[in-house]
Design a protein around this ligand. Sequence first.
Ligand SMILES: C[S@@+](CC[C@H](N)C(=O)[O-])C[C@H]1O[C@@H](n2cnc3c(N)ncnc32)[C@H](O)[C@@H]1O
Length: 210
Amino acid sequence: MSDWTFKGFHDEFDRHVREQLPWYELATDAAVLIAKHYIPKGGLIYDIGCSTGNMGRNLNGVLLERKARLIALDECADMIRAYQAPGEAITADATAYDYQPFDVAILFLTLMFLPVAERQELMARLREKLRPGGAIIVFDKCVSAAGYEGTVLSRLTWHHKLQSGAPPAEVTEKEMRLIGVQRPVSTAEIAPAVEAFRFADFAGWIISNS
Ligand SMILES: C[S@@+](CC[C@H](N)C(=O)[O-])C[C@H]1O[C@@H](n2cnc3c(N)ncnc32)[C@H](O)[C@@H]1O
């Protein structure tokens, strides 16, 4: 079985993500509402790992109202070609990109795909570039809880994936292809952060400097 990749997957992405993550819309809504709390007039927002533009589309209202600027990054050129949302979309590796001072950075289901060895340095660089009053918003799968509760949370995730109508074989195959490619985020990698969202193994955090 080959490793999971986003290359060549842009056409299927929007359907696939909703099947695999039934709470995707709810989490998107939460991330956008959180972001709104930290976007000033004329602010700069980064969407890191933007895929086809989910965040940008949902931020459109606040971008217009506050005349804020969005820069959307993805290392996958296919995703950037398929990007349909406001802002400037750039093909770039998030771990090597030279960020300008910004007000909000969103990593929505992205950090878990970055190499573990690069995560803390990226988070430190982002914290340095975060303007006062801004926030870094991270939504991701997180390291399983200890003991029996870890099993409970993992089954809760599987239960909802299967209930979404995704063929069970597809759900299982995806999980196997993610081995070593998607590694859940630990709170140590993003600390200090405030948890703002949770669905079983998936969580959302706010990292602010205020
Ligand atoms: C699950 S998708 C993100 C979903 C998206 N944020 C949304 O709102 O639907 C993960 C994305 O991260 C991108 N990605 C993975 N590694 C990256 C890297 N080093 N730099 C930039 N983007 C990366 C992938 O190409 C993929 O499009």
